[in-house]
Ligand binder design. Structure first.
Ligand SMILES: Nc1ncnc2c1ncn2[C@@H]1O[C@H](COP(=O)(O)OP(=O)(O)O)[C@@H](O)[C@H]1O
Ligand SMILES: [Mg+2]
Length: 251
């Protein structure tokens, strides 16, 4: 499909991506000096935001070896973290299926990553990651040992709190207010676990573009998580792109 009138925007997006790729390639200590960035594309409905990113950036990303993954919020489907979780599922699927097919002898990227992940996280973190990113279950691997049932129940309760602790779209202030301190600590721990997961995955790949579409329908849990990822400063080879309807952003 021919994109009309978007040459400058496409040029800008591609140059940003190449700039990031070059910085991470040149900087041997990129993991320590990386400045998180996010590109936001705004406009009213139907002005070509999604098309611009899918057609103008995704192909270029794969040309330089970056994996392009995306997730999209839906107006009616209010599943907290859904678009982020969907994008991460695409990434995990790519690693466990497509990328695996390209491997020759020796352990696959998926196996290497799974080992690193299993060494990095304790079972509490793993359980939280499985709850928040169910599509990454295969990449995360199966549990090594069972939690005592009381601990497992506490984790499940915390995960429910995380999932219900969102709702900018719903405007459900009561739900947010009901977050307990334990819930907040759990959320911060979840942010930390997701960031550590990205720190393991992204450097093992050439790079990742993570596109979250229709952010105007996102939950606050997603915005908080994205902020935490961008501000981390030690996640190399990751470009987050978002698109939103500027006239439909909730107050
Ligand atoms: N630059 C473009 N040139 C031609 N058609 C376009 C362009 N950008 C978008 N379109 C078309 O316009 C429609 C709306 O685009 P879309 O990307 O879905 O908008 P948005 O995400 O802003 O709501 C789609 O049918 C798409 O194919
Ligand atoms: Mg769109």
């Amino acid at each position: 499909m021919q994109l009309h009138g978007r040459d400058d925007d496409i040029k800008l997006l591609r140059s940003k991506l190449r700039e990031l790729a070059k910085k991470d390639d040149c900087d041997e200590d990129a993991a320590k000096n990386h400045v998180g960035e996010m590109i936001l594309v705004s406009g009213t409905s139907g002005t070509g935001k999604s098309t611009l990113i899918h057609k103008g950036l995704a192909g270029d990303a794969s040309k330089i070896g970056y994996i392009f993954v995306s997730g999209k919020f839906e107006d009616k489907l209010l599943r907290p973290l859904s678009a982020f979780s969907d994008a991460m599922s695409c990434l995990a699927k790519y690693i466990t299926v497509e990328h695996n097919n390209k491997m020759g002898k020796g352990p696959s990227t998926a196996t290497l990553l799974r080992d690193k992940i299993q060494n990095e996280f304790d079972e509490d973190d793993m359980e939280q990651l499985r709850q928040v990113l169910p599509g990454c279950a295969e990449l995360l691997g199966t549990r090594r040992y069972s939690l005592p049932s009381s601990q497992a129940q506490a984790q499940a309760d915390a995960a429910v709190l995380i999932r219900s602790g969102s709702g900018s779209k719903l405007g459900d202030v009561r739900r947010r207010a009901s977050l307990t301190l334990a819930g907040k600590e759990s959320i911060s721990r979840m942010h930390n676990a997701v960031r550590r997961l990205l720190k393991i995955i992204c450097p093992c790949l050439k790079g990742v573009v993570l596109f979250i579409d229709d952010l105007q329908w996102s939950d606050t849990a997603t915005l908080d998580l994205l902020k935490s990822i961008i501000l981390d400063g030690e996640i190399p080879r990751l470009l987050i792109v978002g698109a939103y309807r500027e006239d439909e952003v909730p107050e």
